[in-house]
Design a protein around this ligand. Structure first.
Ligand code: TYM
Length: 336
């Protein structure tokens, strides 16, 4: 594993919750950009296992999902020669920083977070403190590694704004302790919508399996889901606000093939929804076929995952500890 920490001028960081399987939304919104730019930055990626505790999980299921997510990210092209890839909980300094930064985050700003409001409405029987504090843990993930750039989908934008606010608030009091990070929200693909309800985000936790595509779906499954995708009235293949279904499919096709939206519209002018859905399904299936077989390969090699994850976490801890010590000193905790 290359010694990649602090080698490049800038650091890119992002995390993924180990819930279900990486979806087409996760892939186009974040994973693909991590893979594309991993060589250009000190790249730090992790499985956000602590974040996923806000919803009750069976211990064995969480363990299995976390390992599987790790294998999935490797299969998507995250390369341990270019990037650190580890489990969030293996860097305890992040949780230590969380207590401190909790004291610099206001309850009012936390209750205003859209995701907190959405999730507490959905899980009324379990509105736990973790759900409210989730964005502070995210801020700690980002700030402890002095990240410059955070590739995320649109749904995480508000959390990034909060992270910037907390960093600036702390820096105003104590000097330049944290780098103030920038989100990287890709111009296309930053919000992929459900195939069944094209005004809602494609989400790993959607109970309707026809609504999402995962990187391990096989070709017949992918084709079937795209054939069933909800489209709009009319038959024109154009990107337009009143056509959320077909616009979503155009975005997907354009991101997967690298063709511009204008070229996609031209290519399918007059060809009808049915043909277009098949073409999108085939393009996605072709993109994911090699990833699918790689997932199985990595999953079978738990020793490799363990070794790479441990080495990565050790390197991440080195950076995290430096930031944590600095913070502790600035705020006046006794250090010997
Ligand atoms: P998570 O696991 O929900 O999603 C992982 C990444 O995928 C993006 N994403 C999408 N992009 C486009 N279209 C969609 N339909 C779609 N659904 C999800 C997300 O925006 C995200 O970038 N809180 C984070 C994990 C996290 C994190 C961090 C991220 C923990 N700490 C620090 C960045 C920095 C989350 O739940 O992601």
């Amino acid at each position: 594993m290359a010694d990649i920490i602090e080698q490049k001028p800038k650091t890119m960081l992002t995390g993924f919750q180990p819930t279900g399987v990486i979806t087409l939304g996760n892939y186009l919104g974040a994973v693909q950009n991590c893979v594309k730019y991993q060589k250009d930055y000190n790249s730090i990626f992790f499985i956000a296992d602590l974040h996923s505790l806000t919803v009750r999980r069976e211990a064995a299921e969480l363990r299995q999902a976390s390992m599987s997510f790790y294998a999935q990210l490797l299969a998507c092209g995250i390369n341990p020669a270019d990037a650190l890839l580890f489990f969030q909980s293996h860097v305890p300094e992040v949780s230590e920083l969380q207590w401190i930064l909790n004291c610099y985050a206001y309850v009012g700003e936390m209750t205003r977070m859209t995701q907190f409001k959405d999730k507490s409405a959905k899980h009324q029987d379990n509105i736990n403190m973790g759900l409210l504090d989730y964005p502070v843990l995210m801020a700690c993930d980002i700030l402890i590694y002095q990240s410059d750039l955070v590739p995320v989908g649109v749904d995480q934008k508000q959390h990034l704004e909060l992270t910037r606010n907390i960093a600036e608030r702390f820096n105003n009091l104590y000097g330049d302790v944290f780098k103030v990070p920038e989100p990287y929200i890709a111009p296309a693909g930053a919000k992929i919508f459900s195939l069944q309800e094209p005004t809602a985000k494609m989400s790993k936790s959607d109970p309707d399996e026809n609504a999402t595509i995962s990187i391990i779906d096989d070709e017949p499954t992918i084709l079937r889901k795209f054939k069933r995708a909800v489209t709009d009235s009319g038959n024109e293949i154009v990107m337009r606000e009143d056509k959320p279904g077909i616009s979503n499919l155009i975005t997907i096709y354009s991101c997967v093939t690298g063709k511009s939206v204008a070229d996609v519209e031209k290519e399918f002018a007059g060809s009808g929804y049915g043909n277009f859905k098949i073409a999108v399904g085939e393009a996605v299936a072709a993109k994911f076929a090699p990833i699918r077989s790689e997932v199985a390969k990595y999953l079978a090699d738990k020793a490799y995952i363990q070794q790479v994850a441990k080495e990565s976490a050790d390197k991440a801890r080195y950076i995290a500890m430096k930031t944590l010590r600095k913070v502790q000193k600035k705020i006046g905790l006794v250090q010997f």
